[in-house]
Design a protein around this ligand. Structure first.
Ligand SMILES: Cc1cc2nc3c(=O)[nH]c(=O)nc-3n(C[C@H](O)[C@H](O)[C@H](O)COP(=O)(O)OP(=O)(O)OC[C@H]3O[C@@H](n4cnc5c(N)ncnc54)[C@H](O)[C@@H]3O)c2cc1C
Length: 396
């Protein structure tokens, strides 16, 4: 998939983190002609959240900043298999966000209105159409949380997450980028008021630009340049069941029940929820979360009772205060770029974040699409509040 190279002493750009964000940025940089690039990861390629997520791609966000950003990412995903010459198994089968209370339905209506104004194919549907799209869902009356309505985005879908990472990796490699797995960055070097490289073991690797794309580990990297990020790392868990006959062919999410569910092409049922309530760097799954997710799934699909769970896992999420990403060069630290704050929602942003960050690094100009996501917004009080649109966000 990619060549092995000895690590050199100098690159134009060093990217820390070989997840979807590091690799997509490297790929689009190389496409812009910046090929003297190294992507460095302390583990294996895609071993962070990029290889652990539930691979849901959608654009039905809330804010005028977030919607166009995620809409453009979805558009890039639509052509990505051809672009990367790699089958990413992108299945645009749609997604339902359920509303079980008046206030939840009000929130979904706001999102739908904003989506439609900004070119995303969302619409509100009632129980009859929900049942038509998802006959297996339990809509019986008299339940503790009845299903009142749903936001339906028909172009949302699910992709093969590993394939996206491998596709970007192979694409970047073919264009001349070096990928260095199992290589840990332990320090960042500064000289003359700017960042000039990274420390790897007992060596310094020099670079004009260093970008951190380390998601759950972003705070640790930022500390290397004495920067305190407004990010808290939380584990996020998911599980899959044994394969079953097809019973749903689109994903469904409930913020009130703190759960989302879909069925893979192999028949396994994938279940995810909100982040664990504590901050941790542990990537171990827990029985408590499994029980909670399973119980909430049964509210929607009671017939799954007794089905065996095959695997459960956890990944790290870099939660930002406003549930929006942090992108761009850090003020007062020329040469140091951040792509973080990806929380529980960042996989779907891989293509557009890589595309725009590459443009920024190559040209020095920040693309309009990512201007609202700079780090200084927290000091200026200009938050981009996407919390209402985060998956199963109401948990904590
Ligand atoms: C269970 C789960 C479900 C999710 N579901 C979805 C979903 O359905 N849809 C969605 O859009 N998003 C989802 N997400 C979120 C998404 O996975 C992440 O936001 C995204 O993958 C982040 O990508 P990244 O490239 O920034 O980071 P990562 O993929 O985490 O990569 C960061 C890399 O940095 C490396 N690194 C860290 N420190 C160092 C160092 N010192 N030196 C060198 N390398 C270092 C790590 O080894 C790692 O490989 C989910 C996350 C989880 C955990």
């Amino acid at each position: 998939m990619w060549e092995k190279y000895p690590l050199r002493d100098r690159y134009d750009v060093v990217i820390i983190g070989a997840g979807v964000h590091g690799l997509s940025t490297a790929y689009y940089l190389a496409k812009q002609g910046v090929t003297n690039v190294a992507v460095i990861d302390k583990g294996y390629v895609g071993g962070g959240a990029s290889g652990r997520n539930t691979a849901i791609i959608r654009a039905n966000y809330l804010t005028p900043e977030g919607i166009p950003f995620f809409r453009e990412s979805l558009r890039l995903y639509e052509d990505l298999s051809i672009e990367l010459d790699f089958n990413l198994l992108f299945d645009q089968s749609g997604r339902l966000d359920l509303g079980h209370t008046d206030s939840a339905v009000f929130g979904l209506r706001m999102r739908t209105g904003m989506n439609r104004l900004l070119g995303v194919d969302s619409r509100m549907i009632g129980p009859a159409e929900i049942k038509e799209l998802m006959p297996a869902i339990d809509l019986r009356k008299g339940k503790h949380l009845p299903v009142l309505a749903a936001l339906y985005q028909s172009s949302a879908g699910v992709i093969r997450h590993d394939a996206v990472v491998w596709g970007y990796g192979r694409g970047a490699d073919r264009l001349g980028v070096e990928i260095h797995p199992f290589t840990e960055v332990t320090g960042i070097v500064r000289a003359g008021g700017r960042v000039t490289g990274v420390v790897v073991g007992d060596r310094t690797v020099h670079a004009d630009t260093v970008m951190s794309a380390t998601a759950g580990w972003s705070s640790n990297i930022a500390r290397m340049v004495d920067l305190k990020l407004p990010i808290v790392t939380h584990p996020l868990q998911a599980f899959v069941t044994e394969p079953l006959k097809p019973f749903i062919d689109r994903s469904v999410s409930s913020a009130n029940l703190h759960v989302y569910v879909y069925q893979t092409d192999r028949g396994e049922v994938v279940v995810g929820g909100g982040v664990d309530p504590y901050s941790s760097y542990s990537q171990r799954s827990t029985l408590h979360t499994l029980e909670e997710l399973a119980a909430n799934t049964l509210e929607l699909f009671p017939f799954l009772r007794g089905v065996n769970v095959m695997r459960q896992w956890a990944g790290l999420c870099d939660m930002s205060p406003d549930y929006a990403p942090i992108l761009g060069e850090v003020d007062g630290l020329p040469g140091f770029m951040l792509s973080c704050g990806w929380g529980t929602w960042g996989f779907k942003a891989g293509p557009i974040a890589g595309f725009t960050m590459a443009e920024l690094i190559a040209t020095g100009k920040t693309p309009d699409l990512i201007k609202p996501f700079n780090l200084r917004r927290f000091g200026e009080g200009k938050l981009v509040n996407e919390r209402a649109a985060a998956p199963a966000a109401a948990v904590h």
